[in-house]
Design a protein around this ligand. Structure first.
Ligand SMILES: Nc1ncnc2c1ncn2[C@@H]1O[C@H](COP(=O)(O)OP(=O)(O)O)[C@@H](O)[C@H]1O
Ligand SMILES: [Mg+2]
Length: 346
């Protein structure tokens, strides 16, 4: 049986994944911004590239979307080699670059219409697509408004719509919520989820926000210094870190050996001293460690200023795999003892 069809096999295997990058390298002069990254994105997935500024995320997106040449390796979008068949690759992708690029002197509809024409979308399809997209990004009422009158969040939503006017299968977004307020960020996430379901999109998004990657992505690749550090689902990533609860506690003037004493608790897997009496403790048993910690503080007459217990977050994953912290500005609660979350290990 197999011998019958053997000769029909194509010489070069065409990848079936929506996106495939294989040992991709990008050099700018002597500087290697991307150092041999490989991954595949499955059809219908929301895939996140998570990493700090300068990690190489935009450079990777620019190579995948045919904006800059690869120094080494291969990239396939929708099965098309971006270097051999750039036009075919471009036709199946929509791209939202990191900077806002809609024309502020045009109306919302004009911005969409120009792009649709640019991609050769016919009049009937243009109208249908623009109507549907304005609805999806909640800008129907703003259709005839000049783009300069929109807020940052609305303008980002317009650009998301614009990137989809030609009905691409694969959607690239570079830091889509950077600079947006928290409410607008959540609105963008909801819209991306709705659009993905409605249009059967595959989405690749870059972000330096942990919560964004966690909330939105089916799988996350952590990139740092041009390398792929680890790739998995958010929950698998969190489970891969030893210790599944995080206690953050701030003490008033703790003794010098405090960190060592926290480290000595039976369930504790790591302790980080963050200065000003603040400690971040990873433990496999949140409530037991919390009890021990409070008892130790009471025995030593050390005042606890704050105490929070959480499940492991992507922050901990990032620290675990890179040895460094990637933290957004976080809201801290002061002066309260916060009881362990329900669902935490007994
Ligand atoms: N055109 C360029 N010429 C030289 N260096 C560049 C260029 N583009 C990016 N870089 C460098 O490559 C690294 C990765 O940049 P970038 O891909 O923009 O990171 P990210 O998007 O993750 O913040 C940075 O050190 C940046 O300074
Ligand atoms: Mg970038």
């Amino acid at each position: 049986m197999s011998s019958l069809f053997h000769h029909a096999k194509p010489a070069e295997e065409i990848p079936t994944a929506a996106i495939k990058v294989d040992k991709v390298v990008k050099r700018f002069g002597n500087f290697e911004a991307v150092k041999g990254i490989s991954f595949e994105v499955k059809d219908g997935e929301i895939f996140g590239l998570l990493g700090p500024n300068g990690a190489g995320k935009s450079t990777l997106i620019r190579m995948m979307t045919t904006l800059i040449p690869l120094s080494e390796g291969k990239a396939y979008i929708g099965g098309h080699d971006v270097e051999k068949e750039p036009d075919a690759a471009r036709r199946c992708m929509g791209v939202i670059p990191q900077a806002l690029t809609s024309d502020i002197n045009l109306t919302v509809e004009e911005n969409l219409s120009i792009y649709a024409k640019l991609y050769g979308v016919n009049r009937a399809e243009r109208k249908r697509s623009i109507d549907e997209l304005l609805e999806a990004v909640d800008l129907v009422k703003w259709r005839n408004a000049e783009t300069k009158t929109l807020s940052g969040g609305m303008r980002r939503r317009l650009e998301i719509a614009r990137g989809l006017v030609h009905s691409p299968r694969i959607f690239f977004l570079d830091e889509p919520t950077t600079g947006l307020d928290p409410v607008s960020r959540v609105a963008v996430w909801e819209m991306l989820n709705n659009l993905k379901a409605k249009r059967q999109l595959t989405i690749l998004i870059t972000t330096h926000y942990m919560d964004e990657a966690d909330r939105l992505c089916d799988r996350i690749a952590i990139v740092d210094h041009g390398k792929l550090v680890v790739l998995d689902t958010p929950s698998q990533l969190k489970q891969s870190v030893p210790g599944n609860n995080v206690i953050e506690a701030q003490f008033l003037a703790p003794p010098e050996d405090w960190e060592a004493r926290l480290q000595a608790f039976q369930d504790v897997t790591s302790v980080q001293s963050e200065g000003s009496g603040m400690f971040r403790v990873l433990t496999t048993n949140g409530s037991r460690t919390t009890t021990e910690l409070v008892e130790m503080a009471v025995r030593n007459s050390v005042e606890i200023k704050t105490l929070t217990v959480q499940n492991t977050t992507l922050d901990d994953v990032f620290v675990h795999y890179t040895g460094r912290q990637l933290r957004d500005e976080q809201v801290k609660t002061f002066g309260f003892v916060i009881p362990p979350r329900p669902g935490m290990q007994p």
